[in-house]
Design a protein around this ligand. Sequence first.
Ligand code: PLP
Length: 360
Amino acid sequence: MTHFTFETTSRPTPADQRKILLEDPKFGRVFTDHMAIIHYSEDKGWHDAKITPRQPLPLDPASTVFHYGQEIFEGMKAYKGRDGKPLLFRPQANAARFAASARRLAMAELPEDLLLDSIRSLLKLDQEWIPTGEGQSLYLRPFMISNEVFLGVKPSHEYLYVLLASPAGAYFSHGCVSVWVTDRYTRAAPGGTGEAKCGGNYASSLVAQMEASANGCDQVLFLDAVEKRYVEEMGGMNIMFVRHDGSVVTPPLNGSILRGVTRDSLLRLGRHMGITMVEEPLVMDEVFAAIEKGDIAEAFACGTAAVVSPIGVFKRESGDVKFGDGNTPGETTMKLRKALESIQRDEAEDPFGWRYRVAL
Ligand SMILES: *Cc1c(COP(=O)(O)O)cnc(C)c1O
């Protein structure tokens, strides 16, 4: 059993300054005072688990991560429960996915309990950073890099696991997002790393995100890499469509689509609410035609950061389609969002036991 040692910062953020930072933290720029760090080496295994002041990492420039990109990460949110204690949402699913990502990238697996322990230990010192305003949460970012000093191409024998915490506001402010369907770039191919949450997937998606921005869109949607016909997912979120008959459909997990915890939760929660939730391949051309005809009435992106984000417009090289005025969230979309958020925020029954109270 690895135990964390605690090294607290000598210069904690004063409470009044933290209060100002928490008023409107936006996303990913404000950090708590501490971080968790654990080392791995082949001979010692996981060792030297620490909570330290948040600080730069000393890394040799020959560390393998800089050259061959063995890097994985996770994203989850901590809320404050009604009892004032930190609350997570299905963190075991993130820990299991982190281990699965490590296997795909030939990295050392962090035991799932150790990841949960790192969160518990960090929150012991930084729980005051959990914001409580509408749409706010403390975003948790566990990640792992390879840091053996070696330029040869092989799986590293040394790894560094780090956990950061970053107070966050609502990811997308209001209204709907616009989505660019790229016919040019793909995100993940069969047998590739699409199911792993690794930085490399994001690196290769950014040029497509730039293409989306150049075409006036907020987000990019990728098609399958083989036929470039089937809907897969966005750069960092899964996608769902609402049919005219009220059923919800999303592409099935095929090895190149990331197994979103939000996606899985919505499928189960939707069924519980009496909504027909279907996993079925979707041909992009048919989706455009169905939106035009009104057979598909809503669409939304889903993921931890954005929870559920209504989509107003789809654009691609061959033309655009939109829902109504292109900026009005759909009814089923908002119903699902509300239901999921209410569970996450401790405001509703938790029929699946998804909430996880952090015992400090
Ligand atoms: C993280 C991620 C998602 C969403 O997963 P959640 O577990 O719901 O946060 C979707 N697609 C990609 C590519 C991702 O990296």
